[in-house]
Design a protein around this ligand. Sequence first.
Ligand code: TRP
Length: 362
Amino acid sequence: MKKIILTGDRPTGRLHLGHYVGSLRRRVELQNSGEFDKIFIMIADAQALTDNADNPEKIRQNIIEVALDYLSVGIDPAKSTIFIQSQVPELAELAFYYMNLVTVSRVQRNPTVKTEIKMRNFEANIPVGFFCYPVSQASDITAFKATTVPVGEDQAPMIELTREIVARFNHIYGETLVEPEILLPTNAACLRLPGTDGKAKMSKSLGNCIYLSDSTKELSKRVKSMYTDPLHLNISDPGHLEGNCPFIYLDAFCRDEHFEKYLPDYKNLQELKDHYTRGGLGDGTVKKLLINILEEELTPIRERRKQYEQDIPAVYDILKRGCAEAREAAAQTLAEVRRAMRIDYFDDAALIEEQARRFRNA
Ligand code: TRP
């Protein structure tokens, strides 16, 4: 069986370090591993509209931001197909059929949807489209016969639902769709990178993000104001690592060779942590190390972004070509789905023959 990746993001803002360690960095590795036959990366504008119906301009503006973020981290349009969800209408048709295979109570139990409803204060006013987005996400994945979906942990319930829809579809209509596997980060810090305030995950509305496109100055400001250990008042005090942002970020970003380069008094992160918990190590030193490491990681990303920003029409061209390619793949699956469901009436000569006979003999 072919190995195919489908993954994507809602274009509601620029992408940040949470996206980067949670999934973007992995996508680039997978892309360059050569292990996959096809890689599709989707800008999920239709899904973003499910809770932004009154603000389509926000989505429209952010499509290019997300595309630039993809290209700048090293998604290579020669190896991966980047496309925009709404430009592949086949996805909407698939979702329309899949909705019949899922119960309302099943979607109501989805923990990610539950959290989102709370965060948006929807309560009794949930848009139907928003409620159904997990089903539409199953279309996004299955339309490309994806075997592998590299995403953050919050997306696990969607992949689970997709697997259920696939099983149910194949059971009713015959083996047609492919069950995907989720691919999660292996490192706990990457699984759920907290915001710079130490709270939950990065979120634009909380103002606790570090964006991939942040300047050196912005980055340094955000690291310097990071939440650390409120009990660590004097350098000599023993420090606590739990919930300590700079250390969590170091878990996600730092490698042994960084110490040789930026902080040769220590061999590795464990030695630094030990000193901190013992007492005698200031937050400033830890933050300085983190700034150096993040700068090293983000500099090539910023530079690549600058280059693409010089030719925005070319970026739209990349997206347009990607959409055409994605549409072709999705149309192929849709044709198979229609055939399996036996709603391909005009391509079904036996059906027409059978009906003709029935009425001739009547
Ligand atoms: N729900 C994803 C997010 O919020 C975006 C998305 C839409 C997606 N369709 C997908 C991710 C299909 C993976 C596969 O970021």
